[in-house]
Ligand binder design. Sequence first.
Ligand code: GLV
Length: 335
Amino acid sequence: MSRPRILVAMPVFDEVLARLGEVFEVDAPCGSDDYIEWTHEALVARLQGCVGVAVASSPRIDAALLAACPDLRVVASMAVGYNNIDLAACTARGVLVSNAPDVLTETTADFGFALMMAAARRITEAEHLLRAGRWTHWAYNLLSGADVHGSTLGVLGMGRIGQAIARRGALGFGMKVVYHNRSRLDASIEQQLGARWVGKDELMREADHLVIVVPYSAASHHLVGAAELALMKPGATLTNIARGGVVDDAALALALRERRLFAAGLDVFEGEPGLNPDLLTLPNVVLTPHIASASVPTRRAMAELAATNLIAALGLGPDAGRPPTALNPEVLALR
Ligand code: GLV
């Protein structure tokens, strides 16, 4: 009997490919290294005859693609954010979608904190100065930055990663934590984290260090734009580890250039892997290429989880019929 065919549309660990290869006929054009920027047409062509696809925060899986790939039953993402996947369209077509929550929470929170600290303490700017041979003498005001300990941490989006960042701030750095989220946390969790819910404008005004961890959707597009930036303290920092598009990057670049904001740390960008060219010219922004979850063990866990979901959602393996992190498990009941 022939094995079901799947496409792995992203580079992934060899051992994960090997595991998938035990149950599927695997098309893995990216292997473990080469990234492919899929066009809609190329992806559709490659998906013909495939019942499953493994993706990450790209490529885009939308209604047009689903209509052109009638065999597709499962889309398993190794990312936690799934704004590249039209979940409603998948559900309407009976296509199961899974993402990869939890396994990356602590690693991503570590990185968000690191980026915030790098922006506040001007770490990359300092390194550039040193590497350029421009360090000539000790000076009391050389690259002095903002304190993190004891300051006010603002968290926009208080899901799992937001809470992990708040915990680091409150317990490790004695920070006062304010947050804004559509729904408030239980009072017991607020108490544990020492976190206080505030309105969005108040968050902007109060935060010394704002970390953005809100999922991207039409509703969160430019959630932080010129008006919100204008509320922030000139000595504050902004860190975005959520998605490009949650922040208006052009407005942010202007605020940084005009020193209406002290510094920023950005791991995600509007239009990535491209980015607003103004950001590249500014010394007071730390830029990283969407790597917040990129520790080796975490990236492995994310890929393994996507594989487990694919196998289980297609009725194979020990979790057959119970993909552990399905986003629309209701479609399984209809099969
Ligand atoms: C990465 O950005 C993810 O959503 O996992």
